[in-house]
Design a protein around this ligand. Structure first.
Ligand code: ITT
Ligand code: NA
Length: 197
């Protein structure tokens, strides 16, 4: 009873591990499969890219897989960087991505800095049995980073109802409001049926 999370992102792994702990299943990630090369995310939607990651790893491991494709959609940037969030300023460089985002929003006033963080999760069995769920959280992009927890765009992503960025939250608090937390709780309502099928 092993679930492989098709990710190399340690932040995602930490958050999923905490939320999946009650299931008592063994969790592996791509860190356990160093022979797997880069998975090209050539899709045009979060679901397509999550499915590409899930399919590649289900084929490789012949185990059930969870894949996550996420992105930041900034209203003033017409939804950018969206599915390109990981490679916005290069290749998976969080600091460069955040600097690029701040630069693009330099002249955008505080009341026009709304953004949505989106996650699509795909659960896929080698048999092809697939489950797709989404999660979103609304926030605002600050003009300077705040907080040292979380990862990626978290230091710039401010949640007004909490008065904090996602990087100023513990993993548990972030999971309670985040795109990934919401998607995972939706997934959990259907997980047992998928797992046992
Ligand atoms: P895997 O594909 O290996 O899972 P990745 O980091 O490449 O990892 P994505 O393709 O989903 O993941 O890219 C999402 C981008 O958004 C990437 O730059 C992440 O750092 C960032 N991101 C994802 N979830 C986030 C979160 O909860 N908080 C802040 N930034 C996040
Ligand atoms: Na992606």
């Amino acid at each position: 009873s092993t679930l492989v999370i098709a990710t190399r992102n340690q932040g995602k792994t930490r958050e999923f591990s905490e939320m999946l702990a009650p299931k008592g299943i063994t969790i592996k990630t791509l860190a356990d499969y160093p022979e797997v090369g880069a998975i090209s995310e050539t899709g045009t939607t979060f679901e397509e890219n999550a499915t590409l990651k899930a399919q590649a790893i289900a084929d490789h491991t012949q185990l059930p897989v969870l894949a996550d494709d996420s992105g930041l959609e900034v209203v003033a940037l017409n939804g950018e960087p969206g599915i390109y969030s990981a490679r916005y300023a290069g290749d998976h460089d969080d600091a460069a991505n955040n600097a690029k985002l701040l630069g693009k929003l330099k002249n955008v006033p505080a009341d026009q800095r709304q953004a949505v963080f989106h996650t699509t999760l795909v659960l896929l069995k080698p048999s092809g049995l697939k489950l797709v769920v989404d999660g979103e959280v609304h926030g605002q992009i600050l003009t300077a980073p705040r907080g040292a927890n979380g990862f990626g765009y978290d230091p710039l992503f401010y949640i007004p109802s909490k008065g904090k960025t996602m990087a100023e939250m513990s993993d548990a608090e972030k999971n309670s409001i985040s795109h990934r937390g919401r998607a995972t709780r939706k997934m959990m309502t259907q997980f047992d049926d998928w797992w046992e099928a």
